[in-house]
Design a protein around this ligand. Structure first.
Ligand SMILES: Nc1ncnc2c1ncn2[C@@H]1O[C@H](COP(=O)(O)OP(=O)(O)OP(=O)(O)O)[C@@H](O)[C@H]1O
Ligand SMILES: [Mg+2]
Length: 242
């Protein structure tokens, strides 16, 4: 595990963002160190998705800066950020109807020019998710919820990410699949991918993560090592609605 002395791989400084006149984030600071799983928690509407979208430039920051590997990426386009290895797996999966599983994966690799690299990554994704291999010629939108989540993660892996932004990967899944999804997140992390995980299930996310932030109405209300947040009953009750 990285020590506090290592520079953060992702750093948000005073980031604000919103939609037209609606301000959803109010100057948030957040850091993720290499090799960590950091979780961003909070109730519905707290601004979790907006935070991830602002990092990956799907939403523009109105103030503040986002640094990835020490480089200011605040003004870059979403495709440029993905190419740097910071890849967003959006809320709701967005599997394209009418495209096969394989085509959905190929779409994920549109930034990868070398066909040999694309092939190798597809082999890796199929190794991680054998069900995608078996169903590679089926329409991606016909997969079950859990399989679609694997496809959404697989599509991100096709880009060879150094870091993943995961927005509620367990949303809408049956309890067993929720646990499977968390195991996958852990495996990806153990294989070297740094992760920023948004989750509604705070208890589960804090079991997995090294560090956590609690967002409330677009502001960071609390942060700390996951074990400390987990141990504090009042936090779970007051901020996480459990
Ligand atoms: N496209 C949009 N247009 C206008 N307002 C939006 C839009 N998306 C989000 N908002 C508002 O911004 C605020 C933060 O929303 P956001 O989706 O980031 O929350 P969240 O923490 O991800 O919530 P959830 O747990 O429901 O996914 C909310 O008040 C929401 O209504
Ligand atoms: Mg959300």
């Amino acid at each position: 595990m990285s020590s506090d002395a290592t520079p953060p791989v992702l750093k948000l400084h005073g980031v604000s963002a919103g939609y037209g006149r609606i301000r959803a984030l109010h100057g948030i600071d957040l850091e993720v160190r290499r090799g960590q799983i950091v979780t961003l928690l909070g109730a519905n509407g707290a601004g979790k998705t907006t935070a991830l979208k602002t990092i990956s430039a799907l939403v523009r920051a109105s103030a503040g800066s986002v640094l990835f590997e020490g480089r200011d990426i605040t003004g870059l386009r979403a495709s440029e950020i993905a190419r740097l290895g910071l890849v967003h797996v959006p809320e709701g999966r967005h599997i394209l109807r009418g495209l096969s599983v394989r085509e959905n994966l190929e779409l994920g690799a549109f930034t990868v020019r070398d066909p040999a690299v694309r092939q190798e990554r597809m082999r890796e994704v199929f190794g991680l998710f054998p069900v995608l291999d078996h169903r590679q010629h089926q329409d991606g939108s016909l997969l079950s919820g859990g399989e679609q989540q694997m496809l959404a993660i697989g599509r991100a892996l096709m880009q060879g990410p150094k870091m993943l932004l995961l927005d509620e990967p367990s949303m809408g899944l049956a309890p067993k699949l929720v646990l499977d999804t968390m195991r996958i997140v852990k495996r990806l992390n153990q294989a070297g991918t740094t992760i920023l995980l948004v989750e509604q299930n705070a208890r589960l996310a804090l079991r997995l993560a090294d560090y956590g932030y609690v967002l409330e109405s677009g502001e960071i209300r609390m942060q700390g090592p996951a074990a400390a947040l987990r141990a504090d009953r009042s936090i779970v009750q007051a901020y996480l609605g459990e």
